[in-house]
Design a protein around this ligand. Structure first.
Ligand code: NAD
Length: 420
């Protein structure tokens, strides 16, 4: 994952393939569409850091603003060794389309630092974060561009982010990042928001196909923020999570894994490997497992032309961003698998972030039930809007989500006009 397979495309090319399909279905002028395709701005920075042993390392970081016609850029910060300009551009564009699918007043942004957090101490992580903030702070801000957590970045990283920004501007700026600790202006329910949204999509997908989530056999790839919360909500609703994969291994129990205990285990052991009451299986066996729902919740390109054919699920709910390559899409279509695409399926996170930003602006905080209820309403409404476009255009869910999003962004871009 996160790597290129021989017959596959880069993440940005994957985004472009879906974007241009939507452009043609909508009959948009190609010259005009080019404005929406390309990122508005990319900042590439160097981040010098003194390591714990006294040596100096220079890390590379990016912040990309893809499109801001509908509002300030919004999108997470990823710390990972596979971060690249191309990946961050794709992630920023997906944020533009995602915010439009769920109709919240944000554009798309994303950032990343090339590093391997598993080899860094807390002090090193803090210094990388703070120096990165100072490098990109000219282009971020509560009304410009609002970062959030993504792969390997936590509420603590957001706390350092917020603190550094506020120290430099000498003002209180809670709305500069979302996904902060609740004690310092974060929103209740934000932590579980993305996984919760994936669960709502899985539930709605079952409903439109005349079935229920309860008793469904589910396999989950990635057991971090998104995967573990999705698994928890689905488990609590009576589904059987039979297999879970993460970077440390894959655990399987045909009767269903005890998800709350697995969550505790993963926290204590920094991964799922060695979990009792389960057998370990290979990655090949994982993809071929008999199941109803497959939830990719790790990184890009997880479902590609080398493994798509093995998948036996009836539904795929994309918790991760860009987990399916365009080549794999064709195979999944032939197999008639109902795919809930990333820009809809994992949008619960940005909806939760939007609610955090709203609360920060209001200075009034909502209880967790209110936050989750509002996320649920937004996700149900969005799922059915996409489903209707799918029927109107006689297409698949992914194409429908892009058609809905590109149309909304294009409409606003036209109303605003091309300046000068
Ligand atoms: P995380 O860092 O909390 O968890 C990532 C998980 O993926 C970990 O369990 C890790 O072990 C696993 N993983 C990494 N490489 C793997 C591999 N090769 N095989 C199997 N598992 C592997 O990250 P997260 O926040 O849960 O994000 C996961 C995905 O969801 C990313 O694509 C991210 O962009 C997307 N996403 C996250 C949010 C959010 O709110 N956190 C919102 C929308 C989308």
């Amino acid at each position: 994952m996160g790597v290129r397979h021989k017959d596959e495309v880069t993440p940005f090319e994957a985004m472009q393939a879906r974007f241009w399909t939507a452009v043609d279905k909508l009959g948009l002028d190609h010259g005009f569409a080019k404005i929406l395709e390309q990122p508005e701005r990319e900042l590439h920075v160097s981040i010098p850091v003194v390591m714990d042993d006294g040596s100096i390392k220079v890390f590379e970081g990016y912040r990309v603003q893809h499109n801001t016609v509908r509002g300030p850029a919004k999108g997470g910060i990823r710390f990972d060794k596979n971060v690249s300009s191309n990946e961050v551009q794709a992630l920023a564009a997906w944020m533009t389309w995602k915010c439009a699918v769920v109709d919240i007043p944000f554009g798309g942004g994303k950032g990343g630092v090339i590093c391997d957090p598993s080899t860094l101490s807390m002090g090193e992580l803090e210094r990388i974060t703070r120096r990165f903030v100072t490098r990109i702070m000219d282009i971020i801000g509560p009304d410009r561009d609002i970062p959030a957590p993504d792969v390997n970045t936590t509420a603590q990283v957001m706390a350092w982010f917020y603190d550094t920004y506020s120290m430099h501007t000498r003002q209180w700026h809670a709305g500069v990042v979302t996904g902060k600790p609740v004690e310092m202006g974060g929103s209740k329910g934000r932590e579980e928001a993305t996984g919760f949204g994936v669960y709502i999509c899985a539930r709605e997908a079952c409903k439109v196909k005349g079935t229920e989530l309860a008793e469904k056999k589910i396999i989950v790839q990635g057991f971090g923020n998104v995967g573990s919360w999705f698994a928890k909500f689905a488990h609590d609703d009576g589904a059987k999570i039979t297999a879970v994969a993460d970077i440390t291994g894959i655990v399987y129990n045909k009767k269903g894994l005890d998800i709350p205990t697995l969550k505790t285990w993963a926290k204590e052991h920094r991964g799922i490997k060695g979990f009792k009451d389960a057998e370990e299986i290979s990655i090949e066996d994982f993809y071929s497992l008999e199941c109803d729902i497959f939830a990719p919740c790790a990184l890009e390109n997880a479902i590609n032309s080398e493994n798509a054919d093995k998948i036996k699920a009836r539904f795929i709910v994309e918790g991760a961003n860009g987990p399916t390559t365009p080549a794999a899409d064709v195979i999944l279509e032939e197999k008639d698998i109902h795919v809930v695409p990333d820009i809809l399926c994992n949008a619960g996170g940005v909806v939760g972030s939007y609610f955090e930003w709203v609360q920060n602006r209001q200075g009034i905080f909502w209880d967790k039930e209110t936050v989750l209820r509002r996320i649920e309403e937004k996700m149900i409404e969005s799922y059915h809007k996409v489903y209707k476009v799918r029927e109107d255009y006689d297409t698949k869910m992914r194409a429908a989500a892009y058609i809905l999003a590109v149309k909304l962004v294009a409409d606003v871009a036209k109303m605003r006009g091309i300046y000068a």
